[in-house]
Write a protein that binds this ligand. Structure first.
Ligand SMILES: Cc1ncc(COP(=O)(O)O)c(C=O)c1O
Length: 426
């Protein structure tokens, strides 16, 4: 991109893209990003890093909330897509196809327990929409319970399951029948379930909510509760799946198998949008009687399926979940030092593998840290539902020296904020 341009031409290109974005896409988003030091126009992308078009390098710890687990423009995935383009296009969505069948078979093999059938989509919200539709259609019950601060996407059935009213209020009334209860609180969930409850939906680690891993007892308790009450258990593994937490799927840590699992984001290898809802065989009774109940023109396209198969092979062959676990532990050592050094700013870390949340002592620190980190070569942002928490989700291919670079950048950024007067400043 812009290879023959000199520095000032590249700067001009960048400013033009930023101002056109503000003028034609979303001015408030452009302002918010500017305030967080993230007026970045991505140019080169490689591995764990991205370069602004003007040449500034950043370690990408945003990764569209865990969408780039295999790394930016991973050569093996890029090749798989390039080769597929010699032969394939999207494919007719109504027809059966080999890539669709191959990927669904692979998903049945790698997902835990007896999850077997796949319904494809093109994004995470769509995958959750279908999970909820399936649970209602199959059970003939209507109620859905999710958790406070949960994030499941901005489409209809998923939006109603989000645990934050700010996203929903302008569009009230929502799809009826939803309740939210506190996360990791089994008693609250037990009290909320009624004979009309079709499904419970949770993230095995709450992402936008501020990086809160579910305890094993909670996961096991939910399974038992669902079994006892004939309620379907849905795990939204859209952020947590594909190796992010140190296992291929996060629910493997507790050994709990859901009835329905949703995946998206990293499934597309940072190159091609695709999502899936995978469910137990018995739920297929509903699909048999309603075979065209969920149609998605771009869902599970041939190209998307081929990319996704390459992603799965790459993650398994290169033992990427294990690598994520190791790199997560290396990060933790750095955090432990920083927690001792900056108690006024930095309160705790919540982490599962490379899904990491830095809890600051105050809401204003999230945006200020984003700003300082960008100056120190790291792209990072606070979580959507919790501004006092910075989410660090680098690519799972991150190398030890890059981990150390991020820790050093955190150290320099916190030192700078202390120099500016710490939390007193705001
Ligand atoms: C846990 C979770 N579920 C669902 C979604 C929605 O996915 P999409 O943006 O692809 O619709 C997201 C996106 O951030 C997510 O983190």
């Amino acid at each position: 991109m812009g290879k023959e341009m000199n520095k000032s031409e590249l700067e001009e290109l960048k400013q033009k893209a930023l101002s056109d974005f503000a003028k034609y896409v979303n001015p408030q988003k452009a302002r918010t990003l500017k305030n967080a030091g993230l007026s970045i126009i991505e140019g080169k992308r490689e591995g764990a890093a991205v370069w602004d078009v003007t040449g500034e390098k950043y370690i990408d710890c945003i990764t569209s909330a865990g969408s780039f687990n295999v790394g930016r423009r991973n050569p093996e995935i890029v090749n798989a897509l390039k080769n597929a383009l010699d032969e394939y296009d999207l494919g007719v969505f109504l027809l059966c196809s080999k890539p669709k069948a191959d990927l669904a078979k692979k998903l049945a093999e790698i997902t835990p327990g007896d999850l077997q059938y796949t319904m494809y989509g093109s994004g995470g919200g769509e995958a959750n929409d279908f999970a909820i539709k399936l649970s209602r259609g199959f059970s003939m019950k209507t109620e859905v319970i999710s958790t406070i601060k949960a994030y499941h996407g901005h489409t209809g059935f998923s939006l109603a399951a989000i645990g934050r009213d700010e996203y929903k209020k302008p569009f009230f009334p929502m799809v009826p029948g939803y309740t939210q209860v506190a996360y990791n609180d089994l008693k609250a969930m037990e009290e909320a379930v009624t004979e009309d409850t079709a499904a419970i939906i949770i993230e095995p680690v709450q992402g936008e909510g501020g990086i809160y891993p579910a305890t094993d007892e909670y996961m096991k308790g939910l399974r038992k509760l669902c079994d006892d009450t004939e309620t379907l258990l849905i795990f939204d593994e859209i952020q947590t799946g594909f190796g992010r937490t140190g296992k291929f799927f996060s629910c493997e840590h507790s050994g709990v198998v859901p009835d329905i699992m949703t995946i998206a984001k990293s499934m597309g290898g940072a190159l091609y949008p695709i999502s899936a809802t995978i469910y137990r065989e018995e739920l297929n009774d509903f699909i048999v009687t309603h075979p065209f109940t969920h149609l998605s023109t771009f869902g599970g396209s041939d190209l998307g399926c081929i990319v996704s198969l390459a992603v799965i092979d790459y993650l398994i062959e290169n033992k990427i979940p294990e690598h994520a676990d190791k790199m997560g532990k290396r990060f933790q050592k750095g955090y432990d030092e920083l927690l001792k050094k900056y108690p006024e700013l930095f309160k705790e870390v919540r982490r599962k593998g490379l899904m990491m949340g830095l809890q600051y002592t105050n809401d204003s620190i999230g945006p200020r840290m984003s700003y300082q980190l960008a100056l120190n070569g790291v792209m990072a942002i606070y979580t959507g539902n919790e501004p006092s928490v910075m989410r660090l989700m680098p690519t799972l291919t991150i190398e030890p020296d890059e981990v150390d670079f991020v820790i050093e950048a955190l150290d320099k950024s916190m030192a700078e904020i202390m120099k500016q007067g710490g939390i007193e400043e705001y």
